[in-house]
Design a protein around this ligand. Structure first.
Ligand SMILES: *[C@@H]1O[C@H](CO)[C@@H](O)[C@H](O)[C@H]1NC(C)=O
Ligand SMILES: *[C@@H]1O[C@H](CO)[C@@H](O)[C@H](O)[C@H]1NC(C)=O
Ligand SMILES: *[C@@H]1O[C@H](CO)[C@@H](O)[C@H](O)[C@H]1NC(C)=O
Ligand SMILES: *[C@@H]1O[C@H](CO)[C@@H](O)[C@H](O)[C@H]1NC(C)=O
Length: 413
């Protein structure tokens, strides 16, 4: 059996500032959900890559000054402003008119205003109608992705990339990268495993989205067939090493960051969660075996509590937005307290550590694993969607795409 693996670890903003700026003339970015924790992280990253970028943060609240301040902390001279739009999901009405006029003046739309479950891709439709160059979002529900991909008409002049965050997003590209090391061997199994400490600094929204997912079926490969498993979401699947063990042969960046990942994250329990990449990436790779997607959180008690709740509470309740939102808000004080504890015990003082491990195995046994880790989940999502957006601006490919399809060739881009 051939084992090959490598670790990616982008940890500090300072390391990234050495990457050359990609855009020539300053681009105008419209960030939906821009006042959120992930939105401001994306804005900061765009400014890090090109300080002359023009940023408009869009949010629901009538006061976006805190978000603008947050971005200005790192980039005091940045062109950044805030616009209030009451409801970005609305199909018609005053919000749509406002959004459309903002979009017409923008080159690139970055949409991080989840949750996407039970929603229609209206913002993408508006971006296409406004003929923006680029639209990226961090969507994850499969039905949403299917509806959005149906809008892939030949008349589309916008480069649209869905699921372009950390997971799904960077993880999809990692799986394609791993598969490319199989050397032409057909893919058998594909496994996505994620870890986020606390709420990863993204507020109760992350817990709300997690809760909603428990009401959704797992859609994954089993024996080379795409199947629905209605009662699998939320089931504990066992422990995963978010590092590579010493027996592995490293390729690429030769184990950079592996020891940090071992110490900071180590082995963690994970539960099944309906991430779309278990279906979409495994389809793209024509997996002959199985696929899974799972996540875990810290402190470990959360995994146990969630697993018990999933057993007790009927599935349809989780799907109910009122219920899932209530539970997330109800848990907020506990989440706040655990975040404090995590921050105090985190050597980096952030308490938002995240890691992912993607395993792809070939039919005859070769096995490729990639581990990635970061001090902050929300910064990692923000950086990922900002990088996807910059890449789409630089290499436009009009139409609606998913990351595993856009980056299926490991040499291009
Ligand atoms: C911001 O602008 C001021 C005044 O033009 C200048 O002195 C300062 O160096 C700039 N700061 C940065 C971080 O570019
Ligand atoms: C793996 O390698 C690292 C660094 O080379 C070392 O510190 C660690 O003790 C090793 N672990 C095992 C289980 O051998
Ligand atoms: C969700 O639950 C609330 C409160 O129990 C109820 O009023 C509402 O009708 C439910 N919504 C759906 C879509 O089932
Ligand atoms: C959308 O259309 C473009 C251009 O025809 C094509 O390259 C792309 O693969 C399509 N995307 C999907 C998700 O089918």
């Amino acid at each position: 059996m051939r084992i090959a693996s490598f670790v990616y670890c982008i940890s500090t903003a300072a390391a990234l500032s050495t990457i050359p700026v990609v855009t020539k003339k300053p681009s105008r970015f419209l960030l939906l959900g821009g006042a959120g924790r992930i939105g401001t992280a994306a804005a900061s990253h765009l400014l890090l890559r090109d300080p002359s970028s023009q940023i408009i943060l869009v949010g629901r609240s009538n006061d976006g000054s805190r978000a603008v301040e947050e971005v200005r902390m790192d980039h005091p001279n940045a062109t950044v402003s805030y616009e209030q739009v009451a409801d970005i999901w609305e199909g018609e009405g005053p919000s749509v008119d406002r959004l459309k006029s903002l979009m017409r003046e923008s080159d690139c739309i970055i949409h991080t205003a989840g949750p996407y479950l039970h929603r229609k891709p209206t913002p993408m439709k508006l971006a296409i109608e406004s003929r923006c160059q680029v639209y990226v979002d961090v969507s994850d529900p499969l039905p949403y992705l299917e509806t959005a991909c149906l809008m892939n008409h030949t008349s589309v002049t916008t480069t649209c990339l869905l699921s372009a965050g950390a997971f799904p997003g960077m993880s999809n590209v990692m799986a394609m990268e791993a598969a490319s090391y199989l050397g032409g061997e057909s893919v058998h199994d594909v496994r996505f495993q994620y870890f986020t400490a606390g709420l990863g600094g993204s507020g109760p929204l992350n817990l709300y989205i997690t809760n909603l997912g428990f009401g959704e079926p797992m859609v994954q490969y089993d024996g080379g067939q795409l199947r629905f498993f209605t009662a699998l979401s939320g089931s504990l699947l066992g422990k995963v090493n978010f590092f590579l063990n010493n027996a592995s042969r490293s390729i690429g960046t030769s184990g950079f960051g592996n020891e940090q990942a071992r110490q900071r994250v180590g082995s963690q329990p994970v539960f099944a969660w309906p991430f779309p990449e278990a279906a979409t990436v495994a389809t793209e790779l024509r997996a002959r075996g199985g696929s899974t997607a799972a996540m875990g959180t810290a402190p470990g008690i959360w995994n146990t509590v969630l697993a018990i709740l999933v057993k007790l509470i009927p599935r349809p309740w989780w799907r109910n937005e009122t219920f899932s939102k209530f539970l997330a808000d109800f848990s907020e004080p506990m989440v706040w307290a655990t975040d404090k504890i995590l921050r105090a015990s985190d050597p980096a003082g952030v308490g938002e550590t995240h890691a992912m491990r993607v395993d792809v195995s070939g039919r005859r046994g070769p096995h490729i694993s990639i581990v990635q880790a970061h001090d902050s989940f929300r910064q990692c999502v923000g950086q990922s969607c900002a990088e996807f957006a910059l890449d789409c601006l630089r290499y436009p490919a009009v139409g609606v795409e998913l990351p595993e399809r856009r980056y299926r060739d490991p040499i291009a881009h």
